[in-house]
Design a binder for this molecule. Structure first.
Ligand SMILES: C[S@@+](CC[C@H](N)C(=O)[O-])C[C@H]1O[C@@H](n2cnc3c(N)ncnc32)[C@H](O)[C@@H]1O
Ligand SMILES: [Zn+2]
Length: 448
């Protein structure tokens, strides 16, 4: 049975583009009840026809309904990562209060409650029509509980509003999940305000246009970063998001450190888990500009003090038109090695590893551990670019990686692109190595 409210009928807009400025067509006469309870249905409902769109789904063995909400199976790895991190927090701090600020059907809230054993989850989604499905999903597995023992609560408010209210009431959370769309950075500040010090903030961007450098004024408005097209744009998306958080945090007298950064092709989705603390970034280290030279393919990082001296070695230190500069953004490590290793250990303990597929959680976590080698700079080198500059066929990734390592450089695969290498080996050296490998290979073929 499909139940549709007047609001659904009146609005043809996307379910996730909620605009808090548009007045709501009906208001709830019992706000308290509305906030907590499945009995509190919207005032007007129209039953249209049989054939309910709501289906049962299952993730890591937990069943839930999606109703009419926005839900993607492909985001399961992002949810796994959040649950692992929340559980680590629960284990180390002995408590866990979660705010799932844009919860959709409430699948994350459910998983934070059941898998991470959160003491309390506030599940919020601006869309009132999701209220019943969220309540249903949570109450099926976890009784809400009375008064102080209450395990969860559901609200249907704008995320900024609910987080600001929590902040004003000094109702702070240990872990806040902001699963937003596009480059909506307006949630960053209110989320930081509602977070306990040393708490964890799981933020999102799905703005592939901005990370691709296709709208630098937009990325500047959202994250304070003028982004131009770079060959490693999907990593830039993560760095742009972290940089935006660094900027917001500094306004509040906080500093943030990324514990892990995750890119997923679908969407695209850029997700970063940040630890938020009082203090500031020392000397703006890890927050600056990156340059890419179109002529030779090399990339470099520049601090604010070096802004007037940006050049590339291929042009004998003269200012060159072949250089593209983006920033300011995060230039430091994308992950905390120890932390990601702990997540991997927990995933193993829970039996979430070992069933290896191309997109498995285990593979992502292992690549994150490799990527967090402190010798590795920002960006990655795509083997197609090496091949095209060297005018040869693309070398096999493993052969190329071990040849780079044999020359004393650090190298790892990237969880972002399968045919790319993260390395501190300059592009010019990569080209020389690739050519040597090609010659070696041709000589072997002649002999055989
Ligand atoms: C990406 S979906 C959430 C998916 C969900 N977290 C999951 O893992 O399945 C984003 C959600 O944000 C809600 N939303 C959009 N704008 C919002 C706002 N300003 N405040 C709160 N929720 C909002 C939409 O209704 C939508 O359900
Ligand atoms: Zn150059």
């Amino acid at each position: 049975m499909l139940v549709v409210t007047l609001r659904t009928l009146a609005s043809s807009s996307s379910p996730f583009l909620y605009n808090p400025l548009v007045p709501k067509p009906f208001s709830n006469p019992h706000p308290k009840c509305r906030a907590t309870c499945p009995c509190s249905y919207p005032a007007l409902r129209i039953t249209l026809y049989a054939g309910c769109k709501s289906e049962y789904q299952s993730e890591r063995g937990l069943q839930f309904e999606t109703g009419e909400s926005f839900f993607r199976h492909e985001s399961a790895t992002g949810r796994d990562l959040g649950v692992l991190a929340a559980s680590l927090y629960r284990k180390s701090e002995g408590k866990l209060r979660v705010l799932d600020a844009l919860c959709g059907c409430g699948v994350r809230s459910l998983r934070y409650l059941v898998e991470a054993e959160a003491d309390f989850v506030l599940a919020n989604d601006a869309n009132e029509e999701y209220n019943s499905v969220i309540c249903k999903n949570l109450s099926r597995m976890v009784p809400s509980g009375p008064g102080d023992e209450c395990r969860w609560r559901v609200t249907n408010s704008d995320a900024n509003r609910i987080m600001t209210e929590c902040y004003l009431q000094r109702d702070f959370f240990d872990f806040i999940d902001v699963d937003s769309f596009g480059s909506d950075s307006s949630f960053l500040r209110s989320a930081m305000n509602a977070l306990r010090l040393d708490g964890l903030l799981y933020v999102t961007s799905t703005d592939g246009f901005s990370s691709g450098g296709h709208r630098p004024h937009h990325s500047f408005a959202a994250y304070g970063a003028y982004i131009q097209p770079l060959p490693y744009s999907n990593e830039v998306g993560l760095r742009m998001l972290i940089g935006g958080a660094v900027r917001e945090a500094s306004v509040l007298g906080y500093r943030v450190a990324p514990l892990f950064s995750y890119y997923a092709y679908h969407g695209p989705v850029f997700r970063v888990l940040l630890r938020v603390n009082r203090g500031k970034l020392p000397d703006n280290r890890d927050y600056g500009f990156i340059s890419y030279c179109e002529q030779c393919g090399n990339s470099q990082a520049f601090s604010w003090d070096e802004l007037g001296q940006i050049s590339c070695l291929c042009t004998n230190s003269k200012v060159s038109e072949s250089i593209i500069v983006s920033g300011p953004l995060w230039t430091g490590p994308l992950h905390d090695t120890v932390y990601v290793q702990e997540m991997l250990n927990l995933a193993e303990e829970w039996g979430w590893t070992g069933r290896d597929t191309e997109t498995s959680l285990e593979k992502v976590l292992k690549q994150m551990v490799d990527e967090s080698d402190p010798r590795l700079p920002f960006g990655y080198i795509k083997l197609d670019e090496v091949a095209s500059r060297a005018k040869i066929n693309s070398p096999p990734l493993r052969t190329m990686m071990s040849a780079i390592q044999k020359e004393g450089y650090a190298a790892s695969r990237s969880h972002i692109v399968s045919n790319a290498i993260k390395t501190n080996c300059p592009m010019t050296v990569c080209i020389r190595i690739a050519k040597e490998l090609q010659q070696c290979c041709s000589a072997e073929n002649v002999v055989s």
